[in-house]
Design a protein around this ligand. Sequence first.
Ligand SMILES: Cc1cc2nc3c(=O)[nH]c(=O)nc-3n(C[C@H](O)[C@H](O)[C@H](O)COP(=O)(O)OP(=O)(O)OC[C@H]3O[C@@H](n4cnc5c(N)ncnc54)[C@H](O)[C@@H]3O)c2cc1C
Length: 261
Amino acid sequence: MRSVQPEVFLVARPEIDYGQLAVYLREVGGEKWLEKLDRGDLDDAQNLVEFAGKICYRAWEPGLNPNIVRVRTDQEKYLQNILSQAHGSVLEHVSFSFVLHNISRVATHEIVRHRPGVAISQESLRFVRLADIPFWFPEWAQADAELMKRATALLEQMEEFQRWMAGHFGLDEEGVPFHEKKHKTSFMRRFAPDGVATGLLWTANIRTLRHTIEARTDPGAEEEIRLVFGKIGELARAEAPALFGDYTVTDGAWVPRWRKV
Ligand SMILES: Cc1cc2nc3c(=O)[nH]c(=O)nc-3n(C[C@H](O)[C@H](O)[C@H](O)COP(=O)(O)OP(=O)(O)OC[C@H]3O[C@@H](n4cnc5c(N)ncnc54)[C@H](O)[C@@H]3O)c2cc1C
């Protein structure tokens, strides 16, 4: 048994091609908006959401659309207005990709219940030998000596059974075809605990992130997924403060000012 800790790595974020954006904006008379962006630090996630919102009403500057006499120039206020109006579709243009490392099958099974706006690639246990089971114990469990003794003994017994099966099926003998190994390893994983730590690449757009961070840090949610989504919330807020800054975090629960956009 290998004791592990769930971790989250943000591995991909959007990148705007400002040159192409400029070509388009010159076409429609919206260069002034781009000049404004160039003045500050470039936050591609927030800029892309603002761009998506402004393209809807040609709101680059007053007068381009005769119906619009005034435009919001402050990005933070503009994005807050999008959230408060529940104009959430523009948030779908921005996705972040997270590696969720050392998280259990308990957590991954719950994560995959969230369907729109996500992409998932999960480690296949059909190919993995489980002779050294990675496992997360929360701090309160680690502090319980009797529990740890019994839990560790049980996991070691499971590992021993995995090694026995590998020998029994002759998986490491010369010439065993790959499909045979895969067939037997897939059977063997049925004897792994639900708490076995694994990993996945999880990509979600901002609309989905706002919903899932709230749902999965709720006090009623499971403790490991709460921990993971707390980390996702911290990373997302650092990337796009204007789009995640409305959350109040109390005892690990992320509650947004503007819900379900
Ligand atoms: C604390 C907690 C406890 C839970 N307990 C259980 C449990 O005991 N048993 C169990 O089976 N599940 C349980 N779940 C999972 C839960 O039922 C949902 O399946 C999961 O949270 C996915 O969220 P969602 O339904 O909001 O859908 P998501 O896939 O995250 O979709 C986001 C939103 O898009 C809309 N949407 C998505 N798909 C559709 C659709 N097909 N039609 C119409 N609108 C759609 C909905 O407005 C939805 O809220 C629990 C979840 C939480 C957070």
